[in-house]
Each structure stands twice: as structure tokens, then as C-alpha cells.
Design a protein around this ligand. Structure first.
Ligand code: THU
Length: 141
């Protein structure tokens, strides 16, 4: 059996806190930062669109505690079976865009049972604002 990293083990444990009465799909995420490690799990809502994924909860959890550098992320979809297709264990598109906001292109994302990717591999050509501090004179009054 493949060796499991401590970060993935922690993501598995975080998944047990998921609030997922609708999908019954438990996800855990853990982010390693300059000020420590922060966990997240998916949180669903009766108004389905309000659901938030484990990855975003982990990143926002760290941010709310003052983290400035988001070094490595681990994700575990403990409800997916080993035989399920790998895409059932990968971060969704919305989470990939949020990951790009906080993590450097070279930072690593480890997906339980699937592999390790650089952020730039998970979301190539990610959307970024042109120059975040400079308004475009063509569109700004
Ligand atoms: N989910 C995550 O937590 N992360 C992902 O990247 C994909 C999906 C959650 C959202 C929802 O609660 C459940 O998995 C089924 O989509």
C-alpha cells in the first residue's frame, strides 16, 4: 500500500466533520501555512447553492487566523471508493480559482489516492485581474 503523508492523514480526519446531509460525500482539506496548519470540511446547506467545499473552508480558515503564505494543500474525499475515477477526488473548478488566489503557481496540492500537482497544473491560464491596483482609464470615470 502506498505511503500516506501526515497532511493527507489530517485531511482524512477533517473530512469526518463534514456537514453533508444531501450528498453524503465527505471531503476534508488541510493547508500548511506560515503560521501553522488549518483544516476544512465541506459544509452543505438546504439551499444547495450555498454549499462550500472543504478546500475553500480550509483556506478561509487559515486566512481568518492571519496566514500570509499558503504552502501546501492536501485534500481527501473519504466517501469516494478507491476504484472510483480519479476526477471524483479532484478539487472543483471554483476551488481551483480560489487556490490560485492564495497559493503560488509552484505550490503543491496533494490529492488523497490520486497524486500531487502544482497549482499551475491544476488551473492553467487561471483568470487574473490585469493590474489589480491600476484602474483602466477607458472604463473608470
Ligand atoms: N466538494 C468539496 O468539498 N470539494 C470539491 O472540490 C468538490 C466537491 C463537496 C461539495 C459537496 O458538499 C460535495 O462535495 C458533493 O459535491
Amino acid at each position: 500500500m502506498a505511503k500516506v503523508s501526515p497532511l493527507v492523514l489530517q485531511a482524512r480526519s477533517a473530512a469526518h466533520h463534514a456537514h453533508c446531509p444531501y450528498s453524503h460525500f465527505h471531503v476534508g482539506a488541510v493547508v500548511q501555512t506560515d503560521i501553522g496548519i488549518f483544516e476544512g470540511c465541506n459544509v452543505e446547506n438546504a439551499s444547495y447553492g450555498l454549499t462550500i467545499c472543504a478546500e475553500r473552508v480550509a483556506l478561509f480558515h487559515a486566512l481568518a487566523h492571519g496566514a500570509k503564505q499558503f504552502r501546501r494543500l492536501a485534500v481527501s474525499c473519504i466517501s469516494a471508493r478507491e476504484s472510483d475515477h480519479p476526477e471524483s477526488k479532484m478539487p472543483c473548478g471554483a476551488c481551483r480559482q480560489v487556490i490560485v488566489e492564495f497559493m503560488s503557481p509552484e505550490a503543491l496540492v496533494e490529492i488523497d489516492g490520486v497524486g500531487v500537482w502544482r497549482v499551475e497544473e491544476l488551473l492553467p491560464l487561471a483568470f487574473r485581474l490585469p493590474k489589480e491596483s491600476t484602474p483602466n482609464p477607458e472604463t473608470e470615470a
